[in-house]
Design a binder for this molecule. Structure first.
Ligand code: BGC
Length: 369
């Protein structure tokens, strides 16, 4: 009998400890987003926060006004609040080195979210296939101008890239440029401004105003004499808005210019319907949040992660890639890469079908749900 009682007591103690342990085990996740001034990051922050809270985690969410010093501070604060994991979309990849070294010293895992960060504290990268985003934009221009059947015809085009501090900007630009390079080399495409490198076409902070004033300068310098512009490759929607505004106010050509973008921002979708922007590459950031949560869960549970199996188990199409991204030279970062989609005036219903957009009362433009 004594034995039974002590067994019951021991069991009660173990159960007690277990429930104490699980009460202790609410994990805290720090989510650092770059800015609220660009539409998509508001959605990312909200989806990530909702997903992680619903899964039972404590969440600290910060936006850093596109200011690297503020993001460093925000992340340092999270570390001082003993977060168990960091999920970061950086403003300036190189600018986070010191604070990420601190995270590494503390053994805090870091997921680079959407934007890769070149620091070995990064344990996993969750994003879309960024190079493919650019490829889709370049291929779109190629098809829209029918470059393969151009004969002797010469098309004029210009480029606007993203923030040089954001590693994604280079993937997008290179993906697009690689599709168009051969036509530039053989003279089917002419770039009257002569600006064809990221150093020349990059846009600090992906700013609409900066893209606008550069586009106005180019139009004033190279197209004021009536030169026809056929296409303007823009890496994303915030820069495309600036270019479209410049075309509205400063381009005399009168033809519809092919303009690319990325993200599916509401203002850009209005431009797509109105024929001012031709396409956008859509990346479903709600899905990006879902995949991030599942990677985070596996890390926080201390599981040995089989990346390929984890990617295959997602309901969302996603590739496991260990070769494309690096946290430093020779250090590949295992990455989960979702698939981007081309959206034009003709398949806007695709966005409505995601459940994240709806038609307005006139069934003409899209609104956020
Ligand atoms: C994102 C794009 C976004 C851009 C500006 C990039 O890192 O991948 O979706 O348009 O930042 O916010």
């Amino acid at each position: 009998m004594k034995k039974i009682i002590s067994l019951v007591l021991a069991l009660a103690l173990v159960l007690g400890l277990c429930s104490f342990a699980s009460a202790e085990a609410v994990k805290k996740v720090g989510i650092a987003m770059p800015t609220q001034s660009l539409e998509r990051w508001n959605r990312d922050g909200a989806y990530l926060q909702d997903q992680f809270k619903a899964a039972g985690y404590d969440v600290i969410l910060t936006y850093s006004d596109n200011d690297n010093d503020k993001q460093v501070n925000d992340i340092a604060n999270m570390l001082s609040q003993n977060v168990d994991m960091l999920i970061i979309s950086c403003i300036d990849s190189a600018g986070l080195n010191t604070v990420l070294d601190e995270a590494a010293e503390k053994g805090i895992p870091v997921i680079a979210y959407d934007r890769m960060i070149e620091n070995d504290a990064v344990t996993y990268y969750v994003s879309f296939d960024n190079y493919t985003v650019g490829v889709l934009q370049g291929q779109f221009v190629k098809a829209a101008l029918d470059l393969d059947n151009a004969g002797d015809k010469v098309f004029n085009m210009e480029f606007t890239g993203g923030a040089p501090t954001d590693p994604n900007a280079f993937y997008f630009f290179n993906g697009a440029y690689d599709q168009l390079k051969e036509y530039i080399e053989k003279g089917t495409i002419k770039v009257p401004s002569g600006q064809t490198t990221m150093e020349q076409v990059g846009t600090e902070q992906w700013s609409t105003d900066t893209a606008l004033s550069r586009a106005q300068n180019i139009l004033g310098s190279y197209y004021a004499d009536g030169t026809i512009l056929d296409a303007w490759l823009c890496s994303n929607d915030s820069t495309a808005r600036g270019v479209v505004q410049a075309l509205d106010s400063d381009y005399a050509g009168g033809n519809a210019v092919v303009v690319t973008g990325q993200d599916g921002d509401i203002a850009n979708l209005i431009n797509v319907v109105d024929g001012k922007q031709t396409m956008t590459v859509y990346k479903n950031v709600a899905n990006e949040a879902v995949v991030t949560l599942s990677v985070a869960k596996a890390i926080l549970a201390g599981d040995e992660i089989d990346g390929a199996a984890l990617a295959a188990a997602q309901e969302i199409e996603c590739a496991y890639d260990t070769e494309s991204y690096f946290s430093s030279e020779g250090h590949n970062t295992p990455s989960f890469l979702l698939v981007p989609t081309v959206v034009t005036k003709d398949n806007l219903q695709y966005l409505v079908d995601t459940g994240l957009y709806k038609w307005d009362a006139d069934q003409k433009y899209l609104e956020a749900v």
